[in-house]
Design a protein around this ligand. Structure first.
Ligand code: COA
Length: 153
């Protein structure tokens, strides 16, 4: 029988304010815009159920947070997985959990913006069933373009 200390406990749970440092660290090392504790805590307060983290043996390795774009539509604001834990299904688990929250809250669709050159994220979102709806010119602070992607829940 494996020793208890070797057991791998992994999965999603709701964000807690004490997680903020680790989440900001993953966000700022994975995403191109800069995020502060205050901004992320404000997003949490606006829609706590949408802020989900993925932990491996209590270590946070990824997170997702969204907002309500309208009465029936959710928007994914941030999604990031620690570079050492990518391509292991962490992003998919976070998205599935986010969609469950949307379903519970009677949201019918979800939108997001992604850099047009972010092939890994575009590949990920397409794998999850999102489609590119349009291009938003000069969306980011460095004037890069974004794709608007959308999915019916
Ligand atoms: C996008 C991101 C969150 C995906 O997380 P992840 O945990 O690596 O994704 P998963 O392992 O759950 O991937 C699920 C599926 O998505 C697709 N996918 C994931 N990464 C991909 C890549 N680099 N290229 C193409 N498809 C990809 C695959 O179909 C994959 O399934 P497979 O591994 O069985 O082939 C992660 O790459 C990341 O944090 N990127 C940097 C931050 C970022 O760009 N966030 C999005 C900003 S809008």
């Amino acid at each position: 029988m494996p020793a208890v200390r070797d057991a791998l406990v992994a999965g999603t749970r709701n964000f807690r304010p004490e997680d903020i440092r680790k989440v900001v660290e993953i966000g700022n090392s994975s995403l191109t815009e800069y995020y502060t504790d205050t901004l992320l805590l404000d997003l949490y307060e606006a829609w706590p159920n949408s802020f989900i983290v993925y932990t491996v043996n209590e270590r946070i390795v990824g997170f997702i947070v969204g907002s309500k774009f309208s009465r029936t539509e959710a928007r994914i604001l941030l999604l990031a997985v620690d570079a050492n834990f990518r391509r292991k299904g962490v992003g998919m688990a976070l998205m599935n959990n986010f969609v469950e929250v949307c379903n519970r809250e009677n949201l019918l669709s979800v939108r997001l913006e992604v850099r047009t050159d972010n092939d890994q994220a575009i590949g990920f979102y397409k794998a999850f069933g999102f489609s590119v709806i349009s291009v938003i010119r000069a969306y980011y602070s460095d004037a890069s373009d974004a794709y608007l992607m959308w999915k019916l829940l």
